[in-house]
Write a protein that binds this ligand. Structure first.
Ligand SMILES: NC(=O)c1ccc[n+]([C@@H]2O[C@H](COP(=O)([O-])OP(=O)(O)OC[C@H]3O[C@@H](n4cnc5c(N)ncnc54)[C@H](O)[C@@H]3O)[C@@H](O)[C@H]2O)c1
Length: 483
């Protein structure tokens, strides 16, 4: 069997003791590694593989697209025929910078196809990535229905050895669950392995994050299986952490929970800054420059939203509960996050005289964060909902997410431009920190409003400059900047 010739340096790989006793393990460039049959199916060729990716959302589509761009043959499967038809035509169901060009290129080069036929896609693949959604249930647990259903379908299509890779964010124990489902429903004793390979991409920079991840985590039942997946990632030349399946599953939740903690910590500091007359921007700069702390995700504002942090924090709290442990820090993180938009609106209402009824309010930004059209758990949804309940008169603008927002609030007054959203309003609320809002002509905004009053939920403007322009400005935790 011809060894693969990918190069990964020993220093880049953190292999757990798990693999130490496995005599075949050779980490230096994998040059001397010969995997146990049946792992390498394309003997004597390059390490290009036939891959199936199930679920073509943010994670599946980007994963499939990148692996095809690296030279593999990728079939992406989705249960939604309309999405599959769109993708086959090279049209994007989601907004993600750079994705459309890459998808089109790989479709044209015949390395990337889309189908609803999971059975055929699995049969023709060596590696199957599960990238379906795991949305939150009422009780905070992730809804595992989609993962279970895909595992069952894979079992029915198992026509030879395959590695099944969980890329969806799933609780510890899911690797075992998927294995048990496949064992239960496969028709013969066809061998397979289940790997955890959590995804860390951020919407808005998904292509870059996937091509240049800080680390690649592979949780596998054996060294030989880990190598199969490592081979796929080898061209990226990024640090790799090889570990067991449960630890890999936990790494994903622990990472997101820690980032959420940084955000809620920054928000708590901001709330205190407002009370004691300090400026959170200065405080965070002072903290973030400490290399032990770091400034990433130490941002005060309206709190975290999106499809990951809210559900992953509650899933980890639930995992802890089920294991008999009370994850107190994380509960507090979630509480702070829920309170943040409420505090923001309380402040808006207070400054505007105690009632928002009939007040004309402009909203800048609808997506849960910039550079995406994803509205899942966006702070705008909650804030607009409350403003509508209080009979405020709302205009809104977002550079990309207005079509997505229309599905939630069809009757809102959507504007062509940020300036239109400000015109004739009593107050302007910044909800998403899109770059284009940072460069607006604030004199024009001021002159077009009934009263120049800005509530900046993302701290994108300079309070001193706003005051000089005659704009009444309220950031989050910025009381100290105006002393
Ligand atoms: N979005 C992110 O930024 C991000 C980042 C890291 C990890 N994750 C995790 O990755 C997973 C997927 O997230 P996403 O944002 O891509 O989800 P998504 O909701 O955008 O996409 C999921 C896709 O799976 C499809 N699907 C559902 N059931 C299916 C089935 N039985 N067969 C085929 N397709 C099916 C859906 O139609 C949908 O297109 C989640 O567990 C999420 O937590 C997401």
């Amino acid at each position: 069997m011809t060894p693969s010739t990918v190069s990964i340096n020993r220093s880049d790989i953190i292999a757990e003791d798990l693999f130490a006793e496995n005599t075949q393990y050779s980490i230096d460039g994998l040059k001397n590694f010969e995997s146990a049959s049946p792992l390498h199916t394309k003997e004597g060729t390059s390490s290009s593989m036939n891959i199936c990716v199930v679920g073509t959302g943010y994670v599946g589509l980007v994963t499939g697209c990148i692996f095809s761009d690296l030279g593999n043959d990728v079939i992406c499967v989705d249960i939604d025929p309309a999405k599959v038809e769109m993708l086959t035509r090279g049209e994007m169901p989601i907004y993600e910078p750079g994705l459309e060009e890459m998808v089109k290129r790989n479709i044209e080069d015949s390395r990337l196809t889309f189908t609803t036929d999971l059975d055929t896609a699995v049969r023709s693949s060596e590696v199957v990535f599960i990238c379906v959604g795991t949305p939150p249930l009422e009780n905070g647990d992730p809804d595992m229905r989609f993962v279970r259903s895909v595992a069952k379908s894979i079992a029915g299509a198992l026509n030879g050895y395959k590695v099944i890779v969980n890329k969806s964010t799933v609780p510890v124990g899911t690797g075992n669950m998927v294995r048990e489902i496949i064992e239960q429903y496969r028709e013969t004793d066809t061998p397979f392995d289940v790997v955890s390979n959590p995804e860390f991409l951020r919407e808005g920079s998904a292509i870059k994050d996937t091509l240049e991840p800080d680390r690649i985590v592979i949780g596998a039942p054996s060294q030989a299986v880990a190598m199969k997946i490592l081979e796929l990632y080898a061209p990226l030349e990024r640090p790799v952490i090889l570990t067991d399946v449960a630890s890999a599953e936990m790494i994903k939740y622990a990472s997101n929970a820690f980032l959420a903690t940084k955000i809620s910590f920054a928000n708590s500091i901001a709330n205190l800054c407002d009370l004691v007359g300090a400026d959170v921007i200065q405080v965070i700069k002072g903290m973030g420059n400490d290399s032990r702390i770091g400034s990433a995700f130490l941002n005060a504002g309206l709190g975290y939203g999106g499809s990951c942090f809210p559900k992953d924090t509650s899933a980890l709290v639930r995992t802890a509960e089920n294991a008999g442990y009370e994850f107190k820090i994380l509960r507090a993180v979630m509480d702070v996050n829920q309170e943040q938009p409420v505090r923001f609106l309380d402040n808006v209402r207070h400054i505007m005289g105690g009632s928002l009824a009939g007040k004309k309010i402009g909203i800048l930004g609808l997506a849960f964060k910039p550079n995406t059209d994803d509205m899942r758990d966006a702070k705008s949804v909650e804030i607009i909902g409350k403003l509508l309940t209080e009979n405020a008169d709302i205009k809104a603008y977002d550079p990309i997410a207005m079509d997505a927002a229309r599905k939630i609030y069809p009757h809102l007054n959507y504007c062509e431009h940020a300036y239109d959203a400000a015109e004739g309003t009593d107050a302007l609320l910044v909800i998403t920190e899109w770059n284009e809002f940072k460069q607006l002509n604030m004199e024009r905004i001021r002159d077009s409003m009934v009263s120049p009053l800005i509530f900046d939920g993302r701290n994108i403007y300079d309070p001193v400059r706003m005051r000089k322009l005659g704009i009444k400005y309220h950031g989050v935790g910025r009381a100290g900047a105006l002393k």
